[in-house]
Design a protein around this ligand. Structure first.
Ligand SMILES: NC(=O)c1ccc[n+]([C@@H]2O[C@H](COP(=O)([O-])OP(=O)(O)OC[C@H]3O[C@@H](n4cnc5c(N)ncnc54)[C@H](OP(=O)(O)O)[C@@H]3O)[C@@H](O)[C@H]2O)c1
Length: 298
């Protein structure tokens, strides 16, 4: 077998697990509103197989996607998993009949969710489990002690290798880290949403991964005149520029862009390797900090 070219960004040591900084987020593989099966099931399976084929070793999912749908697709496409592939999942929210994401963070809820993720993914131990906090509008303050202590116990029992925290305030991240090591923080962050700039820098100094969700704006693509201008001058797409900017922003940033298209997945791998100049970065940095308003949807 010929050696695969290195993916853009290289690799990151996630508390002893080597992952490619270019990863993949599976949420968009479920049906509309992240509920039910995908319209194109074979297409979804093809995307997941291409993820492995490209040498991507960090795959992000959740039992709440579908619910269970993306986990089942991941298992069908990729089980038995290559030793190099690390699947991250999330607990702390479930789905209701309206497609809502009510919290489920009591000890019994979390234990049940870990068991369900093990079963649907076909694993004996989960590599990385995030405690997903907040709600659909973002992080909400509040204690994480009981929930994170529960996950730490599940880790001690050997069901989980590493713990993460998601949709969290900086204070909640700090609180969790006083209870057990946090290998990764997964929050909303992209060119237009830079509330976590300071948190990213702190985590980078301490060797903790930061995994931005909605790196491309999520359900509504990132739109900004500055982004379009940089893309045009580099003969690249705005998607490529947005990914390349994230990889350059900080070495602890791990990408998990979502797509339901093999063509987009390949484009994104190539695009994230774009070498931005200092002038490009200066123009892009102005988007989320001051001046030009950029828009993303949620
Ligand atoms: N922790 C949390 O609370 C939380 C919340 C949301 C998401 N997440 C995680 O973060 C991951 C990433 O977020 P996301 O997938 O929602 O949003 P995203 O990565 O910001 O954007 C995905 C969207 O971009 C489009 N896209 C991707 N590549 C493209 C390309 N080359 N050209 C044009 N369009 C392209 C996709 O459409 P196509 O399918 O047509 O390519 C899809 O609609 C999720 O998969 C999930 O694992 C976590």
């Amino acid at each position: 077998m010929s050696a695969r070219p290195t993916l853009p960004g290289g690799t990151w040591d996630l508390a002893g697990l080597t992952v490619t900084r270019f990863g993949y987020g599976a949420m968009q593989l479920a049906g509309p509103g992240v509920m039910g099966p995908p319209a194109d099931r074979d297409g979804a399976l093809a995307v997941l197989r291409e993820v492995a084929e490209l040498g991507i070793t960090h795959l992000d999912t959740s039992g709440a996607y579908g619910p269970r749908v993306t986990n089942q697709l991941v298992r069908e496409a990729l089980h038995p998993y290559p030793d190099t592939l690390h699947v991250a999942t999330k607990v702390g929210a479930v789905r209701d009949e309206h497609g809502g994401w009510p919290p489920a963070r009591r000890p019994d809820d979390l234990r049940r969710a870990v068991d369900e993720n093990l079963e649907t993914l076909g694993l004996d131990v989960l590599d990385l489990v995030y405690l997903r906090l907040g709600d659909a509008s973002g992080p909400r303050p509040g204690s994480v002690t009981e929930a994170f202590e529960t996950l730490a116990r599940l880790q001690e029992e050997g069901l989980v290798r590493h713990l993460g925290i998601s949709n969290a305030t900086a204070e909640q991240v700090a609180q969790a880290r006083r209870i057990a090591p946090v290998a990764a923080v997964q929050n909303m962050y992209n060119l237009a949403h830079r509330e976590d700039d300071d948190l990213i820098d702190t985590l980078a100094e301490e060797g903790v991964a930061y995994v931005p969700y909605f790196p491309l704006g999520g359900f509504t693509p990132l739109q900004s005149a500055a982004l379009s201008e940089v893309a045009a001058r580099r003969s690249a797409t705005p998607v490529a520029v947005a990914l390349a900017w994230l990889l350059r922003r900080s070495p602890n940033i791990l990408l998990i862009p979502g797509t339901s298209s093999v063509a987009h997945l390949r484009e994104n791998v190539t695009g994230a390797g774009l070498a931005l100049s200092d002038d490009d970065v200066a123009a892009l940095d102005r988007i989320g900090r001051r001046g030009e308003p950029a828009r993303t949807g949620r």
